[in-house]
Ligand binder design. Structure first.
Ligand SMILES: [Zn+2]
Length: 184
């Protein structure tokens, strides 16, 4: 897209957009992706991931950098045909998302969906990165995410066999899918 600002999703900007109409009584799936880089080593930035705090240096971003929460928000909003995280909370300092936690943004997302008579039925997400080690706290993370979203959330985690930016330990990525149903 021409004229796009680096780092700003092309669909963001707050303009009214036509994403189509949710099929009455229907079900839609959506998918989301996000990635953030780690803050410099030595930074005291806390590590927020999947609505939990983890040991070690955190992920950069105007928000708390919770890539799992952000990918889930995009998946849910995509399924619901109501835009993406940029159109929900804006981008950059001074936006609604600035300083917001992953669960803050998820709550806002759930409100946006339920106010349209839609319900989030299920969410799955995968965390891609070398650290933090998710396995020992996977169930705890699923519980925290499920409470934030209000439906069962399943979480998996993987590395990329030392390939790419996550494999080099430069950051963490997440992908998510969501299923949304029209309850009107
Ligand atoms: Zn993000």
């Amino acid at each position: 897209m021409t004229g796009a600002t680096p780092g700003v999703p092309p669909s963001s900007g707050g303009a009214e957009e036509d994403f189509g109409t949710f099929p009455p009584g229907g079900v839609r799936t959506g998918m989301g992706f996000d990635a953030h880089r780690f803050a410099d080593s030595g930074s005291d930035r806390p590590c927020a991931l999947a609505c939990l705090q983890w040991p070690g240096v955190g992920l950069e971003g105007d928000s708390d950098g919770d890539v799992v929460a952000h990918a889930v928000v995009d998946a849910v909003l995509s399924a619901a045909l109501i835009g993406d995280i940029g159109s929900l909370v804006g981008v950059g300092k001074g936006s609604l998302g600035s300083g917001a936690s992953g669960s803050d943004i998820l709550r806002r997302c759930v409100d946006a969906v339920s106010s349209r008579g839609l319900r989030i039925e299920s969410v799955s997400a995968v965390i891609i990165g070398n650290r933090p080690k998710v396995g020992p706290r996977r169930v705890e993370a699923q519980t925290a995410m499920s409470q934030a979203v209000g439906c069962p959330v399943s979480l998996t985690a993987t590395t990329t066999d030392a390939m790419g930016f996550t494999g080099r330990g430069e950051g963490v990525a997440a992908m998510a899918t969501a299923v949304v149903r029209d309850m009107r």
